[in-house]
Design a protein around this ligand. Structure first.
Ligand SMILES: N[C@@H](CCC(=O)N[C@@H](CS)C(=O)NCC(=O)O)C(=O)O
Length: 142
């Protein structure tokens, strides 16, 4: 299927940022599962999509990107007319853009580092990763 593809993992907070933007915009997309628990993101072909070996990666037609915040900004601008508006109402209002940029920096540098650690320890490591290891030990793939 051509169009928008997100290469990621449903439990990944960075993947979810992109999915949230796509849902807000009511866009059709395909989520291509990358098995990060098996290290698929550290090998080709995924490394050709993101040389840093992190999910998500993204494709929209000929455009290929990685870095969730860059992707969500692309979605907000490229699909400005669809779904929920994710940009300041007046594109010429530099004060509104400055306030938005300030909030984005706070999210990236103040909120995300501790929130990601908590999500990893309390959710992913505690449930997803342990379930994965248990299912492998028992010879099942969940
Ligand atoms: N700055 C990147 C961070 C991506 C990131 O850290 N992704 C995590 C999942 S939320 C990942 O791939 N972790 C696996 C690993 O680092 O091996 C972004 O926003 O896309």
């Amino acid at each position: 299927m051509a169009g928008i593809k997100v290469f990621g993992h449903a439990a990944s907070t960075s993947t979810r940022k992109v999915l949230l933007a796509l849902y807000e915009k009511n866009l059709d997309f395909e989520l291509v599962h990358v098995d990060i628990l098996d290290g698929e993101h550290k090998k080709e072909p995924f490394l050709s999509r993101n040389p840093f070996g992190k999910v998500p990666a993204f494709e929209d037609g000929d455009l290929k990107m990685f870095e969730s915040r860059a992707i969500t900004q692309y979605i907000a601008h490229r699909y400005a007319e669809e779904g929920t508006n994710l940009l300041p109402a007046d594109p010429k209002n530099t004060v509104d853009y400055a306030i938005m940029a300030n909030g984005m920096e706070v999210e990236a540098h103040q909120f995300d580092p501790p929130a990601s650690k908590l999500a990893w320890e309390q959710c992913i490591q505690a449930h997803v990763w342990l379930d994965h290891r248990r299912s492998r030990c028992c010879g099942r793939r969940g």
